[in-house]
Design a protein around this ligand. Structure first.
Ligand SMILES: [Zn+2]
Length: 290
């Protein structure tokens, strides 16, 4: 689904490689910290990501308190980094959530921006050790925060979350989620529990949310979802048995829909939208190959 992915920098090796390629242009996302949250700086004119050169970082930010600065990765011959500042370091600009930009930017640009936000949030959320309360430092060799007192390591948090299209012949099971802010029908999703296999998570979540048993769960593709730190793992699975019974806690309504008579569904920028599109195309291809 993702066209051309960016090359991610993670360990010291990559950072060293970067020093040896001074010819490459570099630019930085600006992320600001305020009241426990990180936000991405966007221009107030075109609502585009503002990417600054190294000189501009120094020019535009007046006496910035820089909390964190790192190279994120490389894409289309350009090196991308992030600078995390206090919101007070910059004025007269617009701050918008990255989520609103979903689908408006190239996948790689979106993932780079998401990586920038996630790393900055992790940096600020682990300034102190959760075990002993000591201060932490960044360990660039290990891409970790490490406690100066007890040496406990904290890695950027990534929460695996499965999302599944359950199918029954020409039909797909779609549900109206309580948390949805518009009348859209989507696939089912849930967080992977500690000690749980992905395929068992798919079976459990589907049964808990709509009372259906599934078979043959098959992994298709993934997408980082930095709101705040999910890794969405897209599955497709076949109906096995049971009647739809929405749990009414998370799911208000659920039903089977034929591939050519779908209700409003999420955009193709989301994994849910991509799973639904995958199923529809699969059915159309079946139709044409008959
Ligand atoms: Zn500690």
């Amino acid at each position: 689904m993702i066209s051309e992915s960016y090359q991610l920098y993670s360990f010291e090796h990559d950072q060293q490689m970067l020093q040896q390629t001074p010819g490459k242009s570099r630019c930085y996302f600006i992320v600001a910290w305020e009241n426990g949250h990180c936000e991405l700086f966007l221009s107030d004119v075109e609502e585009n990501f503002v990417l600054l050169t190294e000189d501009q970082v120094n020019e535009i930010l007046h006496n910035p308190v820089i909390h964190y600065q790192i190279q994120l990765g490389e894409w289309q011959e350009m090196v991308y980094g992030v600078v995390l500042i206090d919101k007070t370091s910059i004025d007269s600009c617009q701050w918008l959530g990255l989520r609103k930009k979903l689908g408006l930017f190239d996948d790689s640009m979106f993932m780079l921006a998401g990586r920038a936000l996630q790393l900055c949030q992790w940096q600020m959320d682990h300034r102190f050790c959760g075990r002993c309360g000591g201060k932490t430092s960044t360990d660039i060799n290990d891409s970790a925060k490490v406690c100066n007192t007890c040496q406990l390591h904290f890695y950027p948090r990534i929460s695996p979350c499965m999302i599944v299209a359950v199918t029954r012949g020409e039909e797909i099971l779609l549900a109206h989620h309580k948390r949805a802010n518009r009348p859209v029908y989507s696939t089912l999703a849930g967080f992977v529990e500690a000690g749980e296999r992905l395929e068992d998570c798919v079976r459990r979540e589907v049964f808990e949310e709509v009372g259906i048993r599934i078979q043959s769960p098959e992994y298709l593709f993934s997408q980082p979802w930095p709101f705040p730190s999910q890794l969405m793992l897209g599955f497709i699975a076949e109906y096995a048995s049971g009647e739809i019974k929405p749990d009414e806690n998370e799911i208000l309504d659920a039903a089977w829909f034929r591939y050519d008579a779908l209700p409003d569904t999420p955009s193709n920028a989301s994994v849910a939208g991509q799973l639904i599109k995958f199923f529809v195309e699969q059915q159309k291809n079946k139709g044409t190959s008959k």
